[in-house]
Ligand binder design. Structure first.
Ligand SMILES: Cc1cc2nc3c(=O)[nH]c(=O)nc-3n(C[C@H](O)[C@H](O)[C@H](O)COP(=O)(O)OP(=O)(O)OC[C@H]3O[C@@H](n4cnc5c(N)ncnc54)[C@H](O)[C@@H]3O)c2cc1C
Length: 436
């Protein structure tokens, strides 16, 4: 089947607008990002968000009935390639993790009253949310292994447990937690999703965990900033029964729904970051000289550039193909491609940033360029949202579904094929021998 990644001229115009807007309005913000308090940042971002809404591009990933554009995965992929260049762009376009994924989960699982209370304000940007699945003492790459529990008590659920890396939980208006409600059920039917609102007694914010991106999270806290990865405990935390999203046992299914097309946008944002790092690399390669010629004329530097160019193009085409498959064949058919791009794009971004730093020498390692923090942030992408290995397992399983068991010698066994080929052409070979 032929793939077609072309877009309508109308949409191309939209992308042109996004490119210009992101470069002139969003890019400058990045240079003062860490000097601002959350309140100052919100004040600067508010009119930019309004402009995005006026252009009909706010939360474009959502279906039309949720206020999105229903523009299809291929168009969204191209949009996110532009947004990925600068860390604040997704937020300004209403597509900030974890809020975007949580909105998708609530859209699928929440009832009308729950949508009124949490989904619509979240989509409007009036509430902020967190998602708590990962636990410090459980290998959370396997979500069926989680231990935090909710026990029904009259009109309430009572939660006890321990989570960490719940991004933004310390500043969120609500936490969406995956907890076990029925430990005796089959593994995929044990857990449920429950909303715990800020300030609920028993919801204990332990700390923000220091990471490569923010080794000292106290800086974020001083500024009241988003971006912390929070450790939380539930200690006899009572929440109304009405806070459960969906039914007991549906937690795993809802967690899966949360990730859907988001992985395509996520991968395209990584490609956007790759483009930015690659442009820096090329600029430096033609601008700095050593031993009488530009860096870009030294073969080992050319190797860095060529490897990066090929990897970026490969990752980009693979991601566009995943988007195209999702548009034309549905999410199930695109499962393999989605797993491929999640791990491959993260690996390519890591490689390209590493090479870009190398080509820039000390300047690349310094905070005078954005490469060092891009590199630190990129490292997380090979773990968060499913470690590389988990996606590779999915790829292999999908590929092997199409493989056929062969008893005896393998299909390509040379002696067997040689005998068969001699038998096939025997009449011609006999004629030839007879004519000699
Ligand atoms: C920046 C960042 C933000 C995050 N935000 C959130 C959030 O908002 N909410 C949330 O709930 N979680 C969040 N996480 C947590 C993230 O989802 C988990 O770290 C991830 O799922 C891996 O779980 P784990 O850390 O428990 O690793 P483990 O399960 O302990 O796995 C450790 C390593 O073992 C290997 N491994 C695991 N399973 C297999 C396997 N089957 N086969 C082969 N190798 C395997 C992998 O290399 C893996 O990295 C975030 C993480 C990061 C880094």
């Amino acid at each position: 089947m032929a793939w077609d990644f072309s877009t309508e001229p109308e949409f191309e115009k939209k992308l042109e607008w996004v490119r210009a807007f992101v470069e002139t309005e969003v890019r400058p913000l990045e240079f003062i990002y860490y000097d601002l308090t959350q309140e100052q940042l919100d004040r600067i971002e508010a009119p930019l968000k309004e402009e995005v809404k006026r252009q009909g591009l706010w939360a474009a990933h959502l279906d039309r009935e949720l206020g999105g554009q229903g523009m299809g995965q291929l168009n969204l992929a191209l949009l996110h390639e532009i947004l990925g260049r600068y860390v604040m762009a997704p937020e300004i376009f209403g597509n900030q993790a974890p809020d975007s994924g949580n909105a998708e989960l609530l859209a699928v699982g929440a009832n009308e009253a729950q949508k009124q209370r949490w989904l619509w304000p979240l989509l409007d940007g009036r509430l902020r949310s967190s998602f708590a699945l990962t636990e410090p003492f459980v290998a959370s790459t396997d979500p069926t292994a989680i231990r935090s529990m909710a026990v029904r008590d009259g009109d309430h659920w009572v939660l006890n447990g321990h989570k960490w890396f719940a991004s933004n939980a310390d500043v969120a208006d609500f936490v969406l937690a995956m907890v076990v409600t029925n430990p005796e059920a089959p593994p995929h039917a044990r857990a449920a999703m429950i909303v715990i609102e800020r300030g609920t007694p028993g919801l204990e914010i332990v700390r923000n965990v220091g990471t490569m991106a923010h080794p000292d999270p106290r800086e974020l806290e001083r500024q009241g900033r988003l971006g912390g990865h929070t450790e939380i405990r539930f200690r006899d935390c009572r929440v109304p029964a009405a806070n459960m999203i969906g039914q007991p046992g549906e937690g795993f299914m809802l967690a899966q729904r949360r990730l859907g097309g988001g992985r395509i946008h996520h991968a395209m944002r990584m490609i956007g970051q790759c483009h930015r790092a690659f442009e820096m690399m090329c600029e430096r390669a033609v601008s700095r000289e050593t031993r009488g010629k530009p860096l870009g004329q030294h073969q080992m530097m050319q190797d860095l550039i060529a490897e990066s160019a090929v990897e970026i193009e490969t990752a980009r085409l693979l991601t566009l193909k995943a988007a195209w498959s999702m548009d034309h064949e549905g999410g199930k058919a695109a499962r393999k491609e989605i797993a491929m791009i999640k791990y491959y794009a993260a690996q390519v971004l890591f490689n390209v940033l590493d090479r870009a730093i190398q080509l820039h020498g000390a300047l690349g390692y310094s905070t005078d360029l954005p490469l060092e923090w891009m590199f630190r942030m990129a490292r997380a992408l090979r773990i968060a949202d499913g470690a590389d290995e988990i996606h590779k397992v999915t790829i292999a399983k999908e590929v092997l579904k199409r493989a056929t068991v062969k008893q005896g010698w393998p299909t390509e066994h040379v002696p067997t094929n040689r005998d068969a080929a001699f038998r096939k052409f025997a009449h011609l070979l006999e004629q030839h021998t007879a004519n000699l």
